[in-house]
Design a binder for this molecule. Structure first.
Ligand code: SF4
Ligand code: SF4
Length: 183
């Protein structure tokens, strides 16, 4: 009789424990029902890059003095600075400038140390192409200004992912700048 009571007590404790685990599982499920999806529908939706995002480098040919500081500070000596010496004025004259983004690691050293600020990092990150040689940008390609994600009216932009934090139950449409593309 005593053994049976002990077994019944063990069984009851196990049943209560199991019910507690199931309850905890349901609480996790309910908690996640309040949250919005972690994914964005790229390329129809895009995140707005942060202010200090290190994307494709922009180059201003007229400001470059061909000092080659960018080459020396680059961990892989990547920028190719082609210049000639103008003997009459004893000055270097820049002939061409290129950076191969197939090799660049976007560390930003060249931008940081350029004495004339002719280099800057843009928010452009869509550099995929079919031929890797096309990633070798000359001064003309480097001089092109990027299209801002915000100005592209064909896509939705998401300013940040704050809405993903626990407890925020705003709908997608309240958290985004919406254009007409998907409406
Ligand atoms: S550091 Fe600046 S100014 Fe000097 S060569 Fe490089 S891009 Fe031109
Ligand atoms: S971002 Fe870094 S790796 Fe790329 S060219 Fe500049 S210094 Fe070199």
């Amino acid at each position: 009789m005593f053994t049976m009571l002990n077994r019944f007590q063990d069984y009851s404790e196990q049943a209560i424990q199991a019910a507690r685990y199931i309850g905890q599982g349901f609480m996790v499920t309910l908690d996640h029902m309040n949250r919005l999806p972690m994914t964005i529908q790229y390329p129809y939706e895009k995140l707005i890059p942060s202010e200090r995002f290190r994307g494709r480098i922009h180059f201003e040919f007229d400001k470059c003095i061909a000092c080659e500081v960018c080459v020396r500070v680059c961990p892989i000596n990547l920028p190719v600075v082609d210049w000639e010496l103008k003997k009459d004025v004893k000055k270097k004259q820049l002939k061409s400038y290129s950076i191969d983004f197939g090799v660049c690691i976007f560390c930003g050293n060249c931008v940081e140390y350029c004495p004339t600020n002719c280099l800057s990092m843009t928010e452009e990150y869509e550099l995929s192409i079919y031929d890797r040689h096309d990633l070798n940008y000359d001064q003309i390609a480097l001089g092109r200004l990027p299209i801002s994600v915000i100005e592209d009216s064909t896509i939705q932009t998401i300013s940040n992912l704050n809405y993903l934090f626990k407890g925020n139950t705003e709908s997608h449409s309240n958290s985004r700048n919406i254009t007409n593309f998907l409406e």
